[in-house]
Design a protein around this ligand. Sequence first.
Ligand code: COI
Length: 356
Amino acid sequence: MLNIRVEKTTAPKVKPDYKKLGFGNYFTDHMFLMDYSVEAGWHDPRIVPYGPIALDPSAMVFHYAQELFEGMKAYRRADGGVQLFRPWKNIERMNNTCDRLCVPEIPAEDVLQAIKAVVQTDEDWVPYDEGTSLYIRPFIIATDAHLGVHPSHTYLFAIILSPVGSYYEAGINPVKIYVEREYVRCVKGGTGRVKAGGNYAASLIGQKRAEEMGYAQVLWLDGIYRKYIDEVGAMNVFFVIDGTVVTPELTDGNILPGVTRASCVELLQKWGIPVEERKLSIDEVIAANENGTLDEAFGTGTAAVISPIGELFDEGKHMIINNNEIGPIAQRLYDAITGMQWGKKPDDMGWIEKID
Ligand code: COI
């Protein structure tokens, strides 16, 4: 149990227009901070006014990217209350990421307490409008002022909050995706299975190239054989082939274990829709598209929830999927997950953690 000190802002900000939030553009009045040192462990948990953090220019995070983050949301229910969706899964993943990046773990109960406390402090920032939520971004950075390459001895854990609308401006409309054959996101044994900021830095070039060519994102292939489907942009990916839903398996350690991904797999199992976690090659996807059995494709993530893929472009070929429309399985998953998240549907999976 943390003993959190709270210092309230004396200058609350003017709230943004909740109809035009976009993703990650605005930040609330407060943030949570906690320090780590070898002598004191994780200490001095505090909620303070949102603002710049002073760091030594030699702080290790700037040089060797010892940084990790999480992403989750707080949702406003119709009765005015606020709730979280499967926060324990994010916290478990955060500690797995800590382990991979040699960062000291934080007890899961303490992380949840910190998240709830900062959301409660800024509860009036949780938007009410349809499709909006308060995005929660916990992150940890290495703060040692030192240029030797080894794990830092000091860290800062922070949680910032951002009221958000849809991740993509187009909402849940299908997006066009470019199959990336040159660059890769990660390799087996690397950091693809954890939420390291460095993974996202390495992915930017693919996204930039896709955007230059008029595509929303890239479809990543594996780094060894260069043929197995990995992820789409910063999301997990699902294909529906001849009635069976297929998503890349987690076992090789290169796929991020997404909370929305897990929720989709569990819901499909509950509904009795065949779902397989296995290797899926781009050749199998192309063949399914050619023989008319590629029913649907979609990305999943906390930010966009479900993002249907309307077109894949690969080596000169344009593959249109489901007539460039959202498919029935993507729509059913979207309705079920968002229904629970905003409290419009009963939580029959035990996934909701109420804050208020
Ligand atoms: C998500 O889909 O929630 C992500 O991980 C994207 C995030 C990095 C903005």
